[in-house]
Design a protein around this ligand. Sequence first.
Ligand code: BGC
Length: 350
Amino acid sequence: MSGGVYVSVCVWVGLDTLGVHDCVTSQEGDMRSVARVLCQTHLLTSTTLSMHTKCRGGAYPFTKDKVQRVQIPDSKVDWDVEFAEYLPPCYTAPHILAAPPYADPEIGAAGFKPRWNALDGRVSRCSHVKPYDVVDGFPRNVCGRTGVAGRGALGRWGPNHAADPIVTRWKVADGKAVIHEKTRKPILQFVCIQRRDSGHWAIPGGMVDPGERVTTTLQREFLEEALNSLEMTEKQKEKSEKQLKELFKGGVEIYSGYVDDPRNTDNAWMETVAFNFHQDDLQGVLYSMLLHAGDDAKAVKWQDISSTLNLYASHEDMIEKVAHRHQAHWSRNLAVLPTCVEDPGGPSSN
Ligand code: BGC
């Protein structure tokens, strides 16, 4: 890996060319046919593995330091690199072994015959990244070794699919957009929640339920976590949904793929599809709507976007893409602004 750098490349793709992506959003007929520019992080080359760092090394989350990951040097993350002495501890959290409805049974359990790399009934076991290997009956993390086997705190073997709504507006003072004094660019704000499980600030995303459309998950999670719809009356909920209808019609996909989530293991990992829902109107509904944390969120706020953000998993990377998409303020240090190069095509562009 070249000094911990990963490469961001703008690629022209039609969703149909992504293949595996189709599997997850196969019901999203309205979005599939549209070719568009996705600014994607290439995960499959050795220069990209720095993406896979928060789920390597140290203690596994929520285990009070009792489950320690095996240390893996950058050079040995890739499954294809020989690592004979690699013997990760196997850990699946007790609450997952207790078989909640969203979790798979253990591999080998009677009647559990998962269809890997496929739509398995209503559960998508496809990766957005690439078809994954299944070794001795266990799916292998698409981004390489993590230092712990089993499912950890994740319910599904293989990919666990989430969706992340990035709801943005311009920062306003006295009715005008606020311009950053150094970069001279307008400042964007997004709805940011504090996760109840880890305390990290994050995008208000959540898991895609079996058979659920990603567009439904995006809206549902936003309503539950940022507006506390679970505690609203039906009438209040209807009103909020109506207010947000236009905004949620105009979503733009920002990212789909692997997430460097601290819960990932060798056999279970997080993937997400992130959409940006942006309101340009400085007097639009997002300025009057009251945020109220609910469900898995313990706090919620409008957060100014800049490179100083420190968010859960890979959420900063997604927010950065949104800032660039709107030509908003990001970095105080103009010299480090990333450049997007047009992908020439060829074997490395998946
Ligand atoms: C969160 C998503 C996040 C995903 C991967 C889910 O628990 O709700 O916001 O992208 O995990 O880290």
